[in-house]
Ligand binder design. Structure first.
Ligand SMILES: C[S@@+](CC[C@H](N)C(=O)[O-])C[C@H]1O[C@@H](n2cnc3c(N)ncnc32)[C@H](O)[C@@H]1O
Length: 322
């Protein structure tokens, strides 16, 4: 089997991303995260979207949906237990710092940033640090830092499941984005949510290697992934934009969206069934990732599994749903 891609070692990944990330922004604020996830909510008359509808059971009838209202909603639902929020590829983790510096937040939330690097606040301009302190006094203090795990988000493990996983402007740098999506799903607690957004339609950069006649030209890994979620009753929402000001909901193309939210269905896990065969990188260092085509495009590229408990040693194993 031709394979133009070899998984880089952790060291090789660090070398690659150190160069790539030197030209990128790791300092988005809480308001930026909200705008990525819920575009149109900042308007005086907020514009809804499929992703806003998705979080409605969590946020209640709050007028403007933001990441903060989602976190507060989860905290209400979990009552006395802390909400475990993990940001994948969180960079300098400024949204977590902003919230951790607000009164009472750290009593209700455990925040974790997973990133290849410990960017800290080094390299921020004095004016940027001042602005951060103006927005959230105490945000630059070490007490406001989330826990940092310097690992690859595709394979990272957590010491406890997450209630919410966010990922902003990360998907385009991954070597195996489906491995990341499935890993994050598996790291969620029952009914936990993961929310992913970029500025571009990241899903259209996840592709099949099209050998002659091996797959229908209209099949894409993400479309098959969404079909598999639907088939198994896993709740999700996708969109590339907010509803329009006249209330119209634009058609959503399963091959061309940029915001995705998925809720973990209790008792389910996800597994990628095919390897990456090729990666093409554009001048902005975004990766187009090509997967081997599963069985002429019939078998799911991402499989929903249900764990069965074996008597022997009481071990858990993942078995595919037929
Ligand atoms: C463009 S920055 C976005 C940072 C942050 N989410 C924000 O919006 O400010 C992408 C981040 O993903 C991290 N990253 C890239 N590939 C990664 C990987 N495989 N595992 C963990 N982090 C990764 C980079 O180090 C960088 O901090």
């Amino acid at each position: 089997m031709y394979c133009g891609f070899k998984t880089p070692s952790h060291g090789e990944l660090l070398v690659e991303q150190e160069i790539v990330q030197a030209e990128k922004n790791q300092s988005r604020l809480l308001s930026d995260y909200s705008n990525y996830l819920f575009p149109g909510q900042g308007w005086r008359k907020p514009l809804s979207s499929p992703v806003v509808d998705f979080v409605r059971p969590i946020v209640g009838d709050t007028k403007h949906v933001t990441l903060k209202t989602v976190l507060d909603g989860l905290s209400r639902l979990r009552a006395t237990d802390s909400v475990r929020w993990v940001d994948m590829g969180g960079g300098r983790a400024l949204p977590m710092r902003q919230l951790n510096s607000t009164s009472g937040f750290m009593q209700r939330f455990k925040t974790t940033n997973v990133d290849l690097f410990d960017f800290g606040l080094d390299g921020l301009l004095p004016s940027e640090l001042e602005e951060l302190e103006r927005l959230a006094p105490g945000a630059t203090e070490s007490e406001a830092e989330p826990v940092l795990i310097t690992e690859n988000v595709e394979t990272v493990t957590l010491s406890e499941p997450a209630d919410i996983i966010t990922s902003i402007e990360l998907m385009q740098y991954l070597n195996d984005p489906l491995a990341a999506l499935t890993n994050w799903y598996n790291l969620l607690d029952d009914n936990g949510v993961m929310m992913i957004a970029t500025e571009h339609a990241w899903c259209s950069w996840i592709r099949y290697k099209r050998e002659p006649s091996n797959v229908c030209s209209y099949e894409t890994p993400i479309k098959q992934f969404l079909k598999e979620l639907l088939k198994n009753g896993i709740n999700f929402a996708i969109t590339k934009e907010s509803d329009w000001p006249n209330g119209t909901r634009p058609a959503v193309d399963p091959d061309y969206f940029r915001i995705m939210a998925i809720q973990k269905k209790p008792g389910t896990f996800l597994r990628v069934t095919e390897p990456v065969t090729d990666i093409w990188v554009n001048p902005y260092k975004f990766k187009a990732v090509y997967y081997e085509t599963p069985d002429k495009g019939v078998a799911p590229i991402v499989e929903v599994c249900r764990p069965r408990t074996h008597r022997v040693l009481g071990a858990m194993s993942l078995e595919g749903v037929s």
